[in-house]
Design a protein around this ligand. Structure first.
Ligand code: IMP
Length: 192
């Protein structure tokens, strides 16, 4: 069989993706513990209510999956796909690719984002969802970069506030690779 080269490779806790080397930043156990805390807050805040989670693809798929398992409310899930990133810099542009697939009129909506960076994606989503007249809209973000944030709608539920540095893993990508890891990684050698 021919030797194959992989563009993303995990060796000894170091993740090589394309031209960059990453090291563990937030461990699996910390992520799961924080998600359990977020879910407990949501369960308490929305007790007696039905919720529609709107998860932002592709990055939020793991966060949405793990959070939903801890939510004990009657809950639907819908997915939207938006894109404002190419490589390691925000393009400052948001393209909606797939819209909401569940009716949200008079429903309590919680947007699930893997990371809120500049907040451009959230502003666009807020506008798109508001016209459907939901009962309420809040944002749950696993990661939040307050230093980069320029939006109006700060996330209500934040897992980890992090410095303005690039991270990958647990759903987050670097040029579409690196999403399939349990931990979250930062560029090797960068101290936070
Ligand atoms: P925003 O619109 O600038 O808030 O960016 C939100 C989107 O950019 C997220 O859903 C991610 O897909 C992507 N993004 C922002 N920061 C990072 C990062 O550090 N690593 C990977 N993707 C990121």
């Amino acid at each position: 069989m021919k030797n194959r080269t992989f563009a993303a490779k995990l060796v000894d806790k170091v993740l090589q993706i394309h031209d960059k080397t990453f090291e563990i930043f937030i461990k699996d156990e910390e992520i799961q513990a924080e998600i359990a805390t977020l879910a407990a807050r949501i369960n308490a805040d929305y007790a007696g209510k039905e919720v529609v989670f709107v998860a932002v693809l592709n990055g939020a798929f793991m966060f949405a999956s793990d959070l939903m398992k801890e939510v004990n409310l009657p809950a639907e899930i819908a997915f939207v796909k938006v894109s404002s990133y190419q490589g390691m810099n925000s393009t400052g542009r948001v393209d909606e690719v797939i819209g909401v697939t569940r009716p949200i009129k008079n429903k309590h909506v919680i947007i699930l984002e893997d990371i809120v960076d500049t907040g451009i994606t959230m502003e666009k989503l807020f506008t798109l969802l508001s016209v459907e007249h939901p009962a309420s809209i809040e944002i749950a973000a696993l990661l939040y970069k307050p230093e980069a944030f320029k939006g109006k709608h700060t996330p209500t539920y934040v897992g980890f506030s992090i410095p303005n540095k690039f991270v990958v893993g647990y759903g987050l990508d670097y040029n579409e690779l690196g999403r399939n890891t349990r931990h979250i990684y930062q560029l090797k050698g960068e101290s936070h």
